[in-house]
Design a protein around this ligand. Structure first.
Ligand code: SAM
Ligand SMILES: O=c1cc(-c2ccc(O)cc2)oc2c(O)c(O)ccc12
Length: 235
């Protein structure tokens, strides 16, 4: 029935109750304490909805563990939920290049990262991501050197991030793109989508098409959080 379709909220499942069930049963009981603390701290901030959903975070943590990631890139940090999750998951000598022009938001989460003793793994770069990724690619040592990348930033640039990250990742490296279902709007006619979602919807639809047509990667889109597309670099 039309009235049962999800609206623009996080969680793409058929009901809020089912989403809450997954969170309460599988996600919150296993969420590390520092992540709970950061989530609580972020809840009162403007833009709190932007924080990576904890169910999506759990999948990212699992992927990092499966591939034994040590060297990662994060585009879009906000207060640092996904960054802290990555820092807690990779080994003590692992490194994360984390890029975001908003240092103020990063500094909200920083005390939690310090308390969790993972700050030494984080290289936070206060900048828009494209020039940083381009600069990284000027150094041939960076090419094919990263195990993992997580992109959760300005949707309009996902295509541009993808081209750069493909070069920075190792063959078999994993990249994960957040919001690839853009609050469910990708499957709805534009006329039924609120204005504030329309630009992101168009960018996301184009991005999803380009990933599906990219022979260099294997992909899977999972309806966790706001939609995650997981890609493996094949060559
Ligand atoms: C959805 S939030 C990231 C959420 C974060 N992953 C978390 O777990 O809380 C998006 C972030 O992208 C950042 N951003 C926007 N434009 C950007 C750009 N051009 N380069 C890098 N980050 C950008 C914003 O400042 C914002 O902090
Ligand atoms: O409502 C949002 C908005 C964003 C967003 C907007 C503009 C940018 O330059 C970056 C991000 O991101 C979100 C997001 O990642 C999410 O999971 C939910 C909501 C939003």
């Amino acid at each position: 029935m039309e009235s049962e379709k999800p609206t623009e909220t996080k969680g793409l499942l058929q009901s809020r109750d089912l989403y809450e069930y997954i969170l309460e049963t599988n996600v919150y009981p296993r969420e590390p304490e520092p992540l709970k603390e950061l989530r609580a701290l972020t809840a009162s901030q403007p833009g709190a909805i932007m924080g990576t959903a904890p169910d999506a975070g759990q999948m990212i943590g699992l992927l990092l563990k499966i591939i034994g990631a040590k060297k990662t890139i994060e585009v879009g940090v906000f207060t640092g939920y996904s960054l802290l999750l990555t820092a807690l998951t990779i080994p003590d000598d692992g490194k994360i290049v984390a890029i975001d022009p908003d240092r103020e938001a990063y500094e909200i989460g920083l005390p939690v990262m310090k308390k969790a003793k993972v700050e030494h793994k984080i290289d936070f770069i206060e900048s828009k991501a494209l020039p940083v990724l381009d600069k990284m690619l000027e150094n041939p040592d960076n090419e094919g050197s990263f195990d993992f990348a997580f992109v959760d930033a300005d949707k309009i640039n996902y295509i541009n991030y993808h081209e750069r990250i493909m070069k920075l990742l190792k063959v078999n490296g994993i990249m994960v793109y957040d919001n690839t279902l853009w609050l469910g709007s990708v499957a709805r006619p534009e006329s039924s989508v609120p204005n504030f979602l329309r630009e992101g919807r168009m960018s996301t639809i184009q991005f999803n098409k380009s990933l599906a047509a990219d022979p260099r990667i294997e992909i899977s889109t999972v309806p966790l959080g706001d939609g995650l597309t997981i890609c493996r670099r094949l060559y």
